[in-house]
Design a protein around this ligand. Structure first.
Ligand code: SF4
Length: 87
């Protein structure tokens, strides 16, 4: 399972996937710090509660997509990558 927004793209090498993921994460962090594309606070709180209770969370990261949960849950366009999705 991969994250729809930052998972591997078809035909992409492992190195390419790592670079794409790092780029996606860096852009997400910059946008979040700048306050661009943020989800409403009630949505963020609900997502974080579900991540907090999730068995696939480890040290602030999602083990499914390896995103930083604090950033992922704050972005309006993000989705839980689990199957079935938890949020
Ligand atoms: S994004 Fe989904 S799979 Fe990942 S830690 Fe949160 S609830 Fe779990």
């Amino acid at each position: 399972m991969s994250c729809e927004n930052c998972g591997p793209k078809t035909g992409q090498s492992v190195a390419g996937q790592i670079v794409s993921k790092a780029a996606h994460g860096a852009v997400a962090i910059v946008k979040t710090v700048a306050g661009v594309g943020l989800a409403p606070s009630s949505v963020v709180a609900e997502r974080r509660e579900k991540c907090r209770a999730c068995e696939k969370k480890a040290m602030g990261f999602c083990e499914v997509c390896f995103c930083i949960i604090a950033i992922k849950t704050a972005r309006i366009e993000e989705k839980c990558p689990d199957n079935p999705a938890k949020w």
